[in-house]
Design a protein around this ligand. Structure first.
Ligand code: G3H
Ligand code: 13P
Ligand code: ZN
Length: 315
């Protein structure tokens, strides 16, 4: 596990237990560069909130392992908050093992595209390796992407998470948390019609897996109107984008979700700030200027998320 001086990463066990007990959620924010790391970590520090910094396999490739590790060490040195480094959507046993060996404190193995048996098999293998090193494992059951495109929301059996199967999956794999499919999807175009999530299913899953078991919500960005405007008013072309409204996020937390993944909202805020700055300052070409504004904008957004999730002052 990455450590520096007397500061070390934590896995999410204790922060999830506390969050379940007090009914709030921990934000998990995707990072892949210096500015994103700084904005997420500084927002959490100023909000006195635990935070999960996560990186996808493609994000990891972009930032490069040695830079990532040094940035996380710097984040640990510069803050006092409980910090988790998590692999988001690990797509093989190899990448999960690599991240565990690099010092991540949490990994996700995403076997959701596999059949039930194969998903169990690969998740079990990751769990066996991770647990010997004190690393926790998130897994996924059900499919998140393109639900509305494939099938009507009234007929989503086989795509959304089956509560009964969730129990069997957790028992057979030993995974520490489970990402559920209840109608969210990744990206900026989540709903073609009115936003709708299957809360009845979430309630059933929670009842079946037990109150103390951590559930995770992916594809949970709001897709804020002001971020879309900031992009579109200054040269962007992002049309018909729609995300999960705040009241649904609150409802999900109320029903037992403890980890909420956000990537699209930070991407939109970052890009919107850069677009606006360059558009309004056409003679400027110093990256520190527009990246600085982007960093401040994302930091503000993360602070607002932390408030919404209820993890402020919980560090
Ligand atoms: O859920 C996926 C995340 O938004 C990461 O996306 O693979 O483009 O880094 P990415
Ligand atoms: P969004 O695309 O809604 O931000 O979801 C991100 C996510 O689930 C990362 O794993
Ligand atoms: Zn995701």
């Amino acid at each position: 596990m990455i450590n520096i001086g007397n500061r070390t990463l934590i896995n999410s066990k204790d922060i999830f237990s506390k969050a379940i007990e007090q009914k709030y959620a921990i934000g998990a924010f995707n990072i892949n560069n210096l500015e994103l790391v700084q904005s997420v970590v500084e927002a959490a520090e100023e909000s006195k909130s635990p935070v999960i910094v996560q990186v996808s396999p493609s994000g990891k490739k972009y930032i490069k392992n040695n830079y990532l590790i040094k940035l996380i060490e710097a984040a640990l040195e510069s803050t006092t908050i409980p910090l988790v480094l998590h692999l988001d959507h690990g797509d093989s046993l190899e990448v999960c093992k690599e991240c565990i060996d690099l010092g991540f404190s949490s990994v996700m193995i995403d076997g959701s595209s596999l059949d039930f048996k194969k998903n169990i098999e690969i998740t079990r293998q990751v769990v066996d390796y991770a647990h010997t090193k004190g690393v926790v494992v998130e897994a996924e059951l059900g499919k998140l992407s393109g639900i509305e495109d494939e099938i009507s929301v009234e007929n989503h059996e086989g795509i959304y998470t089956d509560p009964q199967k969730a129990v069997e999956f957790i028992t057979r794999t030993g995974c520490d948390s489970l990402a559920v499919a209840i109608g969210t999807s990744h990206g900026a175009y989540k709903f073609k019609q009115e936003p709708k999530l299957d809360f009845e299913r979430l309630k059933n899953i929670k009842e079946m897996v037990g109150n103390n078991y951590p559930l995770v919500l992916h594809g949970a960005s709001n897709v804020l109107e002001e971020s879309i405007k900031m992009n579109n008013n200054f040269g962007g072309k992002i049309e018909k984008a729609q995300g999960v409204p705040d009241f649904m996020i609150k409802e999900a937390i109320n029903m037992g979700v403890v980890k909420i993944n956000v990537d699209t909202d930070t991407r939109l805020a970052f890009s919107g700030a850069v677009r606006q700055y360059l558009n309004q300052n056409p003679t400027e070409f110093d990256p520190r200027k527009y990246l600085g504004v982007a960093r401040d904008t994302v930091k503000e957004l993360v602070k607002n998320k932390i408030k919404l999730f209820g993890s402020e002052n919980k560090s």
